[in-house]
Design a protein around this ligand. Structure first.
Ligand code: C5P
Length: 222
């Protein structure tokens, strides 16, 4: 960035999956690698932002220029860390794939197999981090991600509205794109517009994303 489009702004980025423990050796997780969120954190730092990266369980190195990294495991831990970090942030970018449910209770000991019968796990709903931020009277400019396998635009627009977001970055997962891949393609939506960011590596997409977020942020928040 020649012009450091986020100079002096505090930006919080969440990235990676969450793991919801079942017992000491098992968990419910998802296929998010964290790479898109880490690329976004790096691009925001290069644009001059003071970046806090809240990372789920990933093995990625902290990107160059990121001021603070907070490692978490579960959605509840991510919710707590993001809420604290976002309290004085200008922009929150939720790139994490947050688990929607967690086991009702975490077993203290390893669950034993009961041969010959099915096992039912009771799941409790996790808090929605973005929706809970947008419900606060004063909150940062909010950017969400939507990884969809179908109906990308309608699901993304629905999430933009329902979660009270300023922008949403939607990508189709599958077909060699999205999770566990190097490349991605994104369509950005905001209440009265959209922009196509064609297939590219995650670093270059992250740069374009940060440019667009900075432009929109300035339009909405001055
Ligand atoms: O899972 P979903 O498709 O609803 O995720 C859309 C956006 O909402 C993502 O940016 C994700 O980080 C965020 N999210 C969240 N808290 C959740 C679930 C999703 O902030 N519990």
């Amino acid at each position: 960035f020649g012009d450091r489009v986020l100079q002096g702004k505090k930006v919080v980025v969440s990235a990676g999956p969450t793991y919801e423990d079942i017992d000491p050796v098992r968990f419910i997780g998802n296929r998010s690698s964290g790479r898109m969120g880490f690329a976004v954190a790096e691009a925001a730092a290069q644009a001059g932002a003071q970046v806090t990266l809240v990372a789920g369980p990933v093995t990625l190195a902290t990107p160059h220029g990121v001021a603070e990294r907070i490692d978490v495991r579960s959605a509840a831990q991510m919710h707590a860390a993001v809420t604290k970090a976002a309290a004085d942030a200008d922009i929150y970018i939720g790139a994490a794939a947050v688990g929607d449910y967690r086991p009702n209770a975490v077993s203290e000991h390893k669950l034993k197999k009961q041969s010959g019968s099915d096992l039912t796990l009771q799941l409790a709903e996790n808090p929605d981090i973005l929706a809970s931020l947008s419900a606060q009277r004063v909150h940062p400019f909010l950017v969400g991600f939507a990884a969809e396998t179908q109906n990308v635009e309608s699901y993304a627009r629905d999430k933009l509205q329902r979660k009270g977001l300023d922008m949403i970055a939607a990508n189709q997962v599958g077909h060699g794109l999205g999770f566990e891949t190097a490349d991605n393609a994104i369509t950005l939506y905001w209440p009265d517009g959209s922009a196509e960011l064609p297939r590219a590596d995650k670093a270059s997409l992250a740069h374009q994303l940060i440019e667009r977020i900075a432009t929109r942020y300035k339009a909405v928040r001055g």
